[in-house]
Ligand binder design. Structure first.
Ligand code: XIL
Length: 315
């Protein structure tokens, strides 16, 4: 019946996919992406990031993001905004040492306010802050943290809430799928932010995982997040393998997808799942993780892999 149909039949809000602007000119690709029986939600993989939206200070460009937002609206799909404040894919003018604390706070406020305001009313949820932590649970050293300490996080969330009071505001990260130091740090941070009146509505679990190495305590971790009173979502799921593909690896990948989806299915606070694109043709994995790939539920020729059935079985 389609992944979104299956997810909704189990009480979830959506099953969705990331996409990117260049891919949309691939007509067979766009036809599948637009099918809201498969995908009830879309995330722009790049075109709402800082380097795409404010390449020069105070000069905003929304052309790429608007194409994705319009695509989602035309196909009855929810939109996740991604991302306001992140250490990566920053324009070169956002550099440590260029600005004092007051200036950088104002820069974060202007950026977040302008981008979130532009998409006001069109976005279900924003990844307001992305990847604030190192894997050991300490704060990541970024231009933001170096200049402002962790206060930049509250700054961004307050700006986002003021710009679009109806959008769900998420903090998003990777390697917070299972229990561990990074998940504990996220739990503690979100508890503190909410105690301080910072408007954090959700925790985004990216879910960039490895075939045969998916953590066993996903559900317990999701429940720990949910106990904070926030919603959670799996925001960037892919499960990569070491190439070449074999039937055995695809069978393990199916089991791994099923395991992740089942953990979300078991936790009511887990409202939806987004895969980080749906076809291996456009996955980011081979370009970043040398020798790895085939991480998504459809192969490069748009044929469904065993992982697809694993997702259905997981719900
Ligand atoms: C990736 C995109 O998919 C790539 O096209 C780009 O070159 C780099 O960024 N975590 C995130 C995403 O939050 O924004 C990243 O997306 C993948 C890792």
């Amino acid at each position: 019946p389609g992944l979104n149909v299956v997810a909704k039949s189990k009480g979830k809000l959506y099953f969705g996919s990331a996409t990117d602007n260049g891919e949309l000119s691939d007509a067979p690709y766009a036809a599948i992406l637009s099918d809201n029986k498969e995908f009830g939600q879309i995330t722009p993989g790049n075109s709402m990031k800082w380097d795409a939206t404010e390449r020069s200070r105070g000069v905003f460009t929304f052309s790429g993001g608007d194409v994705i937002a319009d695509f989602a609206a035309a196909n009855g799909q929810l939109l996740r905004g991604h991302t306001c404040v992140w250490h990566s894919q920053l324009p070169s003018w956002v550099t440590a040492g260029n600005f004092n604390a007051a200036d950088l706070t104002s820069i974060i406020e202007t950026h977040t306010t302008t981008v979130v305001d532009h998409y006001k009313g069109q976005v279900y949820a924003w990844d307001v802050v992305n990847e604030a932590f190192n894997d050991d649970g300490t704060f990541r050293t970024s231009v933001f943290y170096t200049t402002l300490g962790s206060s930049y996080i509250a700054t961004a969330f307050h700006a986002a809430r003021a710009a679009d009071p109806d959008a769900k505001l998420y903090i998003n990260d990777y390697n917070i799928d299972g229990l561990g130091a990074k998940s504990t740090a996220m739990t503690n941070l979100v508890a503190q932010l909410r105690a301080d009146g910072v408007p954090v509505d959700g925790i985004g679990i990216q879910g960039h995982l490895i075939v045969g190495a998916v953590p066993n305590n996903l559900q317990a971790n999701f429940e720990q997040f949910a106990a904070l009173g926030v919603e959670i979502a799996i925001t960037e799921l892919d499960i990569r393998l070491t190439l070449p593909v074999t039937p055995e690896k695809l069978a393990q990948q199916k089991a791994d997808y099923q395991k992740v989806i089942a953990a979300c299915a078991a936790v009511p606070a887990c409202i939806g799942v987004t895969i980080w694109d749906w076809t291996d043709k456009y996955s980011w994995i081979p370009s970043v993780f040398s020798g790895q790939g085939a991480a998504l539920p459809w192969d490069e020729t748009f044929v469904k892999k065993p992982a697809y059935d694993g997702i259905v079985a997981g719900f």
